[in-house]
Design a protein around this ligand. Sequence first.
Ligand code: CP
Ligand code: NVA
Length: 306
Amino acid sequence: MVALNGRDLLSLADLSSTELQELLQLATQLKSQQLKLRCNKVLGLLFSKASTRTRVSFTVAMYQLGGQVIDLNPNVTQVSRGEPVQDTARVLDRYLDVLAIRTFAQQELETFASYAKIPVINALTDAEHPCQVLADLMTIQECFGSLSGLTLTYVGDGNNVANSLMLGCALAGMNVRIATPKGYEPDHEIVEQARAIANNKTEVLITHDPEIAAKGAAVLYTDVWASMGQEAEADDRFPIFQHYQISDQLLSFADREAIVLHCLPAHRGEEITEAVIEGPQSRVWDQAENRMHAQKALLASILGAE
Ligand code: CP
Ligand code: NVA
């Protein structure tokens, strides 16, 4: 079993290709119930942004492992009253075994992790959403049998999900194409990091043309045009992103067997049409379910479950 004993997962790039592969394999074994693991540990969830899937899937995964969860809503802790991250981290690590954090700045997560002795998991920052991409890759593997050589096309805002997809696809030996409007490209440093991982063996393409990007792709993926924290920009973004929608028309450029993914929550009629999200190529509900299996594998591996 993949041994991430005590390690943090702050970025998908914290995993090697082999570890990623083994983690996906473990998630698949746990999903099929071919393997059962137990660990009597306590997970804290410190979320400064809203969450349905991540909160519930982490909670249920931990319960199914035989562990406990404490929801540390910042509004009912001293975090919202300004207790420094450094102090909160050094106190929580005396009580908890592992902590999943959802926040804004990646730097805050990194500071937290550098002060906390317990493992810290990125449950979404402005820069990355690694747990999402573990479930995405698991879903793609379920559909196609393997990942290597497949092409994933992401259409929309070059956000946290796009950043983690670039890293995840590069680690998995997949080609990744990101189509965004000008000025909304993914993080340049993460593009370079993904290209370094891909090492010229697979493609990491950034383009402004969704049709070129979609051509022959096995997976079409999108996410909201304005992420949490960008709500004030949503109206201004609306006209800029009009062509960055997964519609039947865009889907016709992809491979005939292509699947459609969305991390959810979705805005129907914006980044994806009702017909596509509810259509035969959509795998979004399996993808959402896989959050739980992938995170169970991650927790089991980090906590040394047996
Ligand atoms: N996809 C995802 O992370 O969903 P939540 O924001 O509901 O957790
Ligand atoms: N990019 C989105 C993902 C939500 C799961 C956001 O950060 O709001």
